[in-house]
Write a protein that binds this ligand. Structure first.
Ligand code: XMP
Length: 326
C-alpha cells in the first residue's frame, strides 16, 4: 500500500473523540518507528509543525529535539509563544535560536521580492543545518507535511521556501500528520491541548513579515510594521473577525508622505490594511470591515506606532491583486 495515499475508508477527523483515537494510533506508531532514538524538528510555531511537536512530545518526550529559528521576521509575540507553550508548558527539549541579525544583515538593501525570499529560505536552511550538526545521535527528522502538500507537490511543502530542509540530511522522516487535511490538523491540535490562537491561526507566509515590509527591509520600518500588525490583530480579535476572516495583515511600503503630529510636520510611512477571504488562496474577495472599526484601527495605529502617519485600506480582490503585496 502507498503510505502517501489516504485510504478511502479513513474517516474525516471532525470531533475530539476521533482526534483522540488518531492521537493514540499515532503515538503508538511513532514509538514503534523511533524506539529510543532521537528526532529533530524545525518548529516554526505554525499550525502543522506545532501539532507534530505536540504529538511527538506525547509519544517520546525529551527524545524530540525542537529547534525554533527566529528569523527576525516573526509577528509580535510569536517566538515568545513558541517558548511559552513548548518549553514552559509542555516541557519540550527546545533550542531557541535568535538569528535576527544574520537575516536582517543579509537582507539589507535587497529590494526584489524573490531575492528576499531566496535569502530568507537559504539562510533558514543554513542556520538549521548548523544547529543540527552540533547535535549528536539524531536519527530521525520530523516534518509537518500534510495531505494537501502531498497532493499538490509530491510531498514537498508547496509553500515551504522557508522551513525547507537541507537535501543532504540523512535522516529517516517522521511525518505523523501527512494524511490529514488542514481542518483535521486543527481538531487534533485542540485535542492535544494546544492553545486556540496557535491552532486556529491564519496562514502566515514562511518569509514572514519580510514580504510585508515592502522593498528593502529596514529595522525601523519592520518594527513599525510589527506593531501596526499587532494592533490590527488585536482589534480583529476583539471584534470576533479573527474567527471569520481568512487572512488579514498590514503591509508597509517604502515611501513616506507628509503628516502633522503635535503641531509639527513630519514624514511617515502608510500602513496598508489587507483582509481577504478565500477557500484556496487562488482567488480572494475583500472583507468588508465596518467603518467604525476601520476608524478605531486607524486612530490606534497612527497614535501608537512610531513612524506611521496614515492608514490605507486595500480594496483589491485577487485577481487582480495577489494576497501579499510582494
Ligand atoms: P498570493 O500573494 O500569491 O498568496 O496571493 C497566496 C497565499 O500564499 C501565501 N504566500 C506565501 N506563503 N511563502 C509562504 O509560505 C511565500 O513565499 C508566500 N507568498 C505568499 C500568502 O500569504 C497567501 O496565503
Amino acid at each position: 500500500m502507498d503510505s502517501n495515499k489516504r485510504p478511502e475508508t479513513m474517516a474525516r477527523i471532525t470531533t475530539p473523540e476521533l482526534a483522540s483515537a488518531f492521537i493514540d494510533e499515532q503515538v503508538a506508531a511513532i514509538r514503534a518507528q523511533v524506539g529510543d532514538k532521537k528526532v529533530l524538528l524545525a518548529l516554526s510555531g505554525g499550525v502543522d509543525s506545532s501539532v507534530v511537536a505536540a504529538l511527538l512530545i506525547k509519544a517520546i518526550g525529551k527524545q524530540l529535539v525542537c529547534v525554533h529559528v527566529n528569523h527576525g521576521l516573526m509577528r509580535k509575540g510569536e517566538s515568545e509563544q513558541v517558548i511559552e507553550v513548548f518549553k514552559n508548558q509542555l516541557d519540550a527539549n527546545l533550542i531557541y535560536i535568535d538569528a535576527t541579525d544574520r537575516f536582517l544583515d543579509l537582507l539589507a538593501g535587497v529590494e526584489a521580492p524573490e531575492k528576499k525570499r531566496k535569502i530568507i529560505g537559504g539562510e533558514f536552511i543554513k542556520v538549521f543545518d548548523e544547529e543540527a550538526s552540533k547535535l549528536e545521535g539524531i536519527s530521525f527528522l520530523a516534518q509537518g507535511t500534510i495531505y494537501p502538500d502531498i497532493l499538490e507537490s509530491d510531498g514537498v511543502k508547496a509553500h515551504h521556501n522557508v522551513g525547507g530542509l537541507p537535501e543532504d540530511m540523512q535522516f529517516e522522516l517522521v511525518e505523523p500528520i501527512k494524511l490529514l487535511y488542514k481542518d483535521e490538523v486543527r481538531v487534533v491540535g485542540k485535542a492535544l491541548g494546544l492553545p486556540a490562537e496557535m491552532v486556529d491561526r491564519q496562514p502566515f507566509p514562511g518569509p514572514g513579515l519580510g514580504v510585508r515590509c515592502l522593498g528593502a527591509i529596514t529595522r525601523d520600518r519592520l518594527n513599525a510594521l510589527r506593531e501596526a500588525d499587532a494592533i490590527l490583530r488585536e482589534e480583529f480579535d476583539i471584534a470576533g473577525l479573527n474567527q471569520t476572516v481568512w487572512q488579514y495583515f498590514i503591509a508597509v511600503p517604502d515611501m513616506k508622505s507628509v503628516g502633522v503630529k503635535n503641531d509639527k510636520r513630519y514624514e511617515g510611512w502608510p500602513a496598508i490594511i489587507r483582509a481577504v477571504n478565500t477557500t484556496d488562496a487562488m482567488s480572494a474577495t475583500i472583507e468588508e470591515i465596518p467603518y467604525a472599526l476601520l476608524h478605531k484601527i486607524t486612530s490606534r495605529i497612527t497614535a501608537e506606532v512610531e513612524g506611521i502617519n496614515r492608514v490605507l485600506y486595500d480594496l483589491t480582490p485577487k485577481p487582480v491583486g495577489t494576497i501579499e503585496w510582494e
